[in-house]
Unconditional design. Structure first.
Length: 166
């Protein structure tokens, strides 16, 4: 943010959120009828993330406005991501708990669940403290976002061989 400014940083996050929603929509459209619930919840989460990143571009928001317009949809989107990842985890593992690290599908579901947990941690840490107008924990907020993004990126990369083998 220091290098490009707040406005460019906000636009980057918003544009990225649109790609995230496009990917979630494609996932929903390509899912089987009986397995569309998880992707649908994921789409809802990404739309909430779109709202969050769009409102984050607004200038001069008070802490209470930012918590309502930016943090709340971000936190709700994180809950949707966690629910969608949990549904996928249960579907792939056929139980609430399983251990199949040599299964590509299981590994992708585990990475998505881990990424969703990391995004959730980031959302909690990003809640603004009204007295200071600062996030509760900037380091944890950034770490959660970074770890979540890496988990989702690796999970998506693991999908590529599956898509080309069809």
């Amino acid at each position: 943010m220091d290098a490009v400014g707040v406005a460019a940083d906000g636009v980057t996050f918003f544009v990225g959120s649109l790609f995230f929603t496009a990917a979630a929509c494609l996932q929903y459209l390509t899912a089987d009828d009986e397995s569309r619930l998880g992707p649908f919840v994921q789409v809802v989460g990404t739309v909430l993330f779109n709202l969050s990143t769009f409102d984050a571009m607004r200038e001069h928001l008070s802490a209470s406005q930012a918590n309502r317009l930016v943090w709340t949809p971000d936190a709700l989107g994180s809950i949707c991501f966690l629910a969608a990842s949990g549904l996928s985890w249960v579907a792939v593992g056929q139980a609430w708990w399983s251990w199949r690290p040599h299964s590509r599908s299981w590994l992708i579901a585990a990475l998505n669940l881990g990424g969703s947990l990391a995004f959730g941690v980031s959302a909690v840490a990003a809640h603004l403290v009204p007295v200071s107008d600062q996030p509760r924990n900037v380091a944890l907020m950034n770490l959660g976002t970074f770890v979540g993004a890496i988990c989702f990126l690796i999970g998506a990369a693991l999908l590529l061989p599956q898509r080309t083998n069809r």
